[in-house]
Design a protein around this ligand. Structure first.
Ligand SMILES: Cc1cc2nc3c(=O)[nH]c(=O)nc-3n(C[C@H](O)[C@H](O)[C@H](O)COP(=O)(O)OP(=O)(O)OC[C@H]3O[C@@H](n4cnc5c(N)ncnc54)[C@H](O)[C@@H]3O)c2cc1C
Length: 450
């Protein structure tokens, strides 16, 4: 086998890069360790439909995902709905959908509400991430968004998202996120997108299109060695002992896995890549007879809970799509040295489910019909202070070796849309044309592509 391009990792970054490269007339092979392609977008069967292991939605301004959906002829399947958000704090649920809700949010005093509004608009509309890379979001927000705002909203949100790394997250990340959120609002309401029938529809259609374009898709095969001779990749070795050769090699798998393969053959690059840490996520998914609430997304901003968010999927995509069942994700991010990282599913479920009653007193475990639990150790990169200096060049110092993954999404929020942007930029780095992939205001794919 001698492909023009061998892509390691069949998540959305790898699959989108394969699509763009194949459109450029390249002979492409994609190698995926898992049985199924799709990585974090994978789905399972639930209540007569399919659902993502990890909750997923899109934003109205996500130009790249809109492009891919259209390319695949799925535009009628991309649906946008109003969403509803809430915050649980001091034993109460506060709706959090409009400026009016903010006025009623009692954990924040009046002056800090004004500060919250002004600082959010400043981050979302009037500043650039570049000047805030070495400033901790927590410190900046405490000063400018007010103490009560930071303690009631931002600190719990950063703790939920980054656990032990929360205080090291730069304001740049917050600015990226804020731009994304503010751009998604239309007259105060936030519209979120979802593919009818789940992301499996997108994945299946994309895989079919790739096969039609002649892309070779290899699953159940892990790459575990990169053979480098005279500073050039000679071939890759699979867990089955096969060798894979090609003209270029694009690694879309987590950076720390690629780093391990380079420790002895390219120690300098390996130690650079090892600077990027990942953290994990677990989702316990409840299939229920009754709903918990009317809120789609509830941030649990009170300490002592084993989950940081309750995402009631059927308050976004109606229960009629799931034989009338109600579905909620209990979500939590974790660092790899936390006990949760090693817990089995049953233990996680026993820890996560009972505290729901504190938030929803009417909840009883008898309303749960089935429970499904999914865990990943590479949910996101720990984008700490000055993270841009840790982002590798897509075209590495080793000939024929390219890297494009979540690292390259910083300072934006990692997402499906931004993974497609990164895939497009990677193809450009390899001399291809990707101008047919429209660009939105995404901050992804800007670092590491010089
Ligand atoms: C809890 C959670 C919620 C999210 N919510 C949203 C959301 O609402 N909206 C949104 O747009 N995005 C969301 N995302 C982010 C989105 O899922 C990711 O940004 C995107 O799927 C990343 O794709 P990727 O291809 O870069 O990585 P991955 O999906 O991680 O793909 C990497 C692939 O590489 C494979 N691999 C690893 N090692 C090897 C090896 N040695 N050899 C061969 N293959 C290998 C893996 O099996 C995997 O398939 C969420 C993610 C999580 C975890």
């Amino acid at each position: 086998m001698n492909a023009d391009l061998v892509i390691v990792g069949g998540g959305i970054t790898g699959l989108a890069a394969a699509y763009i490269a194949a459109k450029n007339g390249k002979k492409v092979t994609v190698i995926e360790a898992d049985k199924n392609f799709g990585g974090l977008l994978n789905t399972f069967e639930i209540a007569g439909n399919r659902l993502e292991f990890f909750y997923h939605h899109f934003f109205t301004h996500d130009a790249e995902i809109n492009w891919l959906v259209k390319e695949l002829g799925l535009e009628d399947q991309l649906l946008f709905y109003n969403s509803s958000m809430g915050v649980y704090q001091n034993g109460k649920i506060f709706p959090f959908n409009s400026p009016f809700d903010l006025l009623k949010f009692s954990p924040i005093n009046f002056l800090d509400k004004l500060r919250f509004g002004f600082s959010s608009i400043y981050m979302g509309k009037f500043t650039s991430w570049k000047q805030y890379e070495n400033i901790s979001a927590y410190k900046w927000l405490s000063k400018w968004a007010g103490k009560s705002t930071t303690e009631a909203l931002w600190k719990p949100m950063l703790d939920i998202k980054f656990g032990p790394y929360a205080s090291e997250i730069p304001l740049s990340w917050m600015i990226g996120r804020m731009k994304q959120r503010l751009n998604s609002r239309d007259k105060g309401d936030e519209k979120l997108g979802y593919i009818r029938g789940s992301l499996q529809v997108l994945l299946d259609t994309l895989l079919k299109a790739l096969l039609k374009l002649g892309v070779k898709l290899i699953n159940n095969t892990s790459i575990n060695e990169i053979e480098i001779v005279n500073n050039q990749v000679e071939f890759l070795k699979t867990d089955k002992g096969d060798t894979i050769s090609g003209k270029s090699f694009l690694f879309t798998i987590p950076t720390n896995i690629t780093a391990k393969m380079l420790t002895s053959s390219a120690p300098q690059l390996a130690s650079f890549l090892q600077q990027t840490k990942y953290f994990g996520a677990v989702c316990v998914i409840l299939e229920m007879k009754e709903k918990l609430s009317d809120i789609y997304w509830l941030n649990v901003a009170e300490s002592g809970f084993p989950f940081g968010g309750i995402i009631e999927h059927t308050n976004f995509i109606p229960p009629e799509n799931y034989n009338g069942k109600h579905i909620a994700y209990l979500s939590r991010y974790f660092a790899d040295d936390e006990p949760l990282a090693k817990m089995g599913n049953k233990e996680i479920e026993a820890m996560m489910i009972p505290p729901l009653k504190k938030i929803y007193p009417n909840f009883t475990e008898s309303q749960i019909e089935k429970v499904y639990t999914f865990k990943t150790h590479s949910a996101a990169t720990v984008c700490d202070l000055n993270f841009s200096k840790k982002v590798p060049q897509c075209k590495t110092e080793i000939d024929k070796l390219y890297i494009a993954n979540m690292n390259h999404i910083y300072p934006d929020e990692r997402s499906t849309n931004n993974a497609i942007r990164v895939a497009a930029e990677a193809c450009k780095s390899m001399g291809m044309n990707a101008d047919f992939v429209p660009k939105n205001a995404s901050l992804a794919g800007k670092i590491g592509f010089n």
